[in-house]
Design a protein around this ligand. Structure first.
Ligand code: GMT
Length: 389
């Protein structure tokens, strides 16, 4: 098939999923055309059958707000016509699904039929989409799509509960390349950060409010004060024994840095900004913290699990579909910093439990969320949609 993919090309789960999907589809013989305002972040190498079309919005003094949705629809029409698209797959409802519906309807009026598939990722539904001003547009864009998928069962239920939509939403969970995301020998890197054999805790996010990044620092500070040296270590029972890596950047970075200073753990926390390849960092992690207030799926946690890292997360949204409490890590209520600290301490100080959870995390990623298991589900969805129009 020749497939057009539109996504946000930034550090964000939906863009990562869209880009990895496009690359995987290309490896499986499809031709993929990315249509976005910038080159998607993980589209770093030239691939023979992958193309990129930049959406440019002309500025004009009259436009206080550049009409991106219209520029995107126009580019979709252009690519569909000249590159012979069989299907357009858009990630994130706003405004991508809306632009796609417009593009499809214009093309249809010219006798060209191109079905569209919309994948819902979360904040398009939970935050942005519930804005009353957007509601009718989001509902129409979902219902007018030829196929709709959601990255977790929770999001599917949430969409039906929050919106008046009747589209049949298929759950196709997010995925990870478990070959690329696997534990690599990076001991020198680990020794540089944790020279005394401290356990390394990692948080990866875009530091938006919803991620509650300062909670990760707070959990770390409490663990540090109580001590998290593993059983059998000469310092077991003493304070310390942990280091924290904060990966990513965004609005709450300063608040997180302030929390680390206020708690007196600044010397044991490193804020390292946006990083690729993240699998190298995850390869030296002992625990992943995801204290989010809302999380449709938690792709960053899945990438950690694939690298054999147990996860302590909040029990919100789609996280219980990914992180199995007591098996691959622990789930605690939003904002339960004490509970998360206790859970993290249990995993870090009990080597047997840590090894069991690390193995279970990797196994769950491989058995349920591997790219080769999930990408064919998208292909089957495309086939059904194309056959139906
Ligand atoms: O989490 C974000 O702020 C980014 C957002 C996005 O749309 O890029 O992530 C959402 O989609 C990811 C990929 O499907 C999911 O793994 C994240 O859980 C989801 N984020 C939220 O629901 C907050």
């Amino acid at each position: 098939m020749t497939i057009g993919i539109t996504c946000y090309p930034t550090f964000g789960g939906s863009g990562v999923v869209a880009t990895e999907l496009g690359k995987a589809l290309a490896r499986r013989g499809h031709t993929v055309h990315f249509i976005a305002y910038a080159l998607p972040l993980r589209l770093e190498h030239m691939v023979e059958n992958v193309f990129f079309h930049e959406v440019r919005v002309n500025t004009y003094p009259l436009f206080e707000y550049p009409p991106y949705a219209l520029a995107l629809a126009s580019k979709m029409i252009d690519v569909a016509r000249h590159d012979g698209l069989d299907l357009l797959h858009v990630h994130y409802a706003i405004p991508h699904a809306t632009s796609a519906v417009l593009a499809r309807d214009i093309l249809r009026s010219k006798g060209i039929s191109i079905p569209i598939v919309t994948t819902l990722h979360g904040t398009d539904i939970t935050l942005v989409g519930k804005d009353a001003g957007f509601r009718p547009v989001v509902e129409h864009s979902i219902d007018a799509s030829d196929g709709v998928t959601s990255v977790s069962d929770w999001l599917r239920r949430e969409t039906y509960a929050s919106f008046d939509v009747s589209a049949d939403i298929e759950v196709i969970p997010n995925f990870v390349d478990t070959e690329r995301f696997s534990r690599q020998p990076k001991d020198h890197f680990k020794r540089a950060i944790a020279p005394d054999g401290e356990r390394l805790i990692v948080h990866v996010s875009n530091f938006r409010r919803v991620k509650r990044a300062p909670d990760a620092v707070e959990v770390f500070a409490r663990l540090h004060a109580q001590g998290a040296w593993p059983e059998g270590h000469p310092k077991h029972g003493q304070p310390g024994g942990v280091k924290l890596l904060m990966v990513g950047d965004g609005p709450d970075r300063m608040a997180s840095e302030a929390a680390a200073r206020a708690a007196g753990v600044w010397g044991d926390v490193r804020f390292i900004g946006k990083q690729e390849p993240v699998e190298e960092i995850l390869s030296i992690a002992d625990l992943f913290l995801m204290p989010s207030a809302s999380e449709t799926f938690g792709l960053a946690a899945l990438e950690a699990m694939a690298c054999g890292v147990p996860v302590v997360s909040s029990d919100v949204g789609g996280l219980p579909e990914l992180n199995i409490d007591g098996e691959t890590g622990f789930l605690r209520p939003i904002g339960d910093v004490d509970g998360m600290t206790e859970a993290a301490r249990t995993v870090l100080t009990t080597p047997d439990l840590h090894a069991r959870m690390a193995e279970a995390a990797r196994r769950r990623a491989v058995e349920h969320f591997d790219l080769d298991r999930i990408v064919p589900q998208y292909e089957a969805h495309y086939d059904r949609v194309v056959d139906a129009v």
